[in-house]
Design a protein around this ligand. Structure first.
Ligand code: GSH
Length: 235
């Protein structure tokens, strides 16, 4: 059976990492059996990031490459019927979520001082005492560097939230009154969108991002719908 390596659950979410939640949601939506292996050992990851999977003798990192592999190996249950135009939109929306909105969420969790205190407790409190005194500081500096390298970290908080709010509004406008982004059944874009929107809505961080997601009624209803359909059984 496929082993899905991911961070342990946090903030009462199946995963506080939007990429881990995306991949688990994809596996559930595509009905591919898997077993979660929770941990924080980045040394074993193929790309220094979570999530990754091990399937037999194959170890694959990056949620996008994992989904490509799953489609090739187990069939494309979710995206097979998308038109080329749908695929182009799906890719662009996915990039909006993962290469832009994600960094606004990271800024909110890691760079706002009171949120960093919550993030630190949620992510690192299970570490043994020696590691607990070292790892959070290193992770914080590394995240700050990543935000700078991406470019999001060069903006003020107000500017970052304005960027993120525009992304959430675009997702809401595209979703409109549909059940899922491309109609009545989910596609891989829904897995990516749920990964981040559930994290923005339900992790305990007030921000203009969460406020906007709460104001847009279709976003809350969408996340509720996916949670009820795929996460009703406690796992
Ligand atoms: N492109 C990767 C991104 C994965 C990613 O950024 N994972 C974050 C958690 S949300 C991570 O492992 N961060 C740890 C680090 O950067 O040290 C994917 O799609 O899987």
């Amino acid at each position: 059976m496929i082993k899905l390596y991911q961070f342990p659950p946090a903030f009462e979410l199946p995963n506080a990492s939007s990429f881990c939640l995306k991949l688990e949601t994809y596996l559930l939506m595509a009905k591919i059996p898997y077993e979660s292996v929770y941990g924080m050992d980045m040394g074993k990851t193929p790309k220094g990031k979570m999530p990754y999977i091990v399937d037999g003798d194959k170890k694959i990192g990056d949620s996008g490459f994992v989904i490509d592999y799953l489609k090739q190996t187990y069939g494309d249950a979710l995206d097979a019927d998308l038109t080329p135009v749908d695929r182009a939109i799906s890719l662009a929306m996915c990039r909006l979520i993962e290469d832009n909105l994600y960094w606004a969420m990271v800024h909110n969790r890691w760079m706002e001082p009171e949120n960093w205190e919550k993030t630190k407790v949620a992510l690192f409190s299970e570490l043994p005492p020696i590691l607990k005194s070292i790892v959070p500081g290193i992770a914080h500096k590394d995240t700050q560097k990543q935000l700078q390298a991406h470019g999001m970290g060069k903006h003020s908080s107000d500017e970052i939230y304005a960027i993120g709010v525009a992304d959430i509004t675009a997702l809401s406008d595209f979703l409109a009154d549909k059940s899922f982004f491309f109609g009545n059944e989910p596609t891989s874009l829904d897995a990516a969108a749920y990964g981040i929107l559930a994290n923005i809505l339900w992790a305990p961080f007030d921000s203009p991002l969460r406020k906007k997601a709460q104001q847009l009624a279709n976003i809350g209803a969408y996340c509720d719908r996916i949670r009820a359909r795929y996460y009703a059984d406690p796992r």
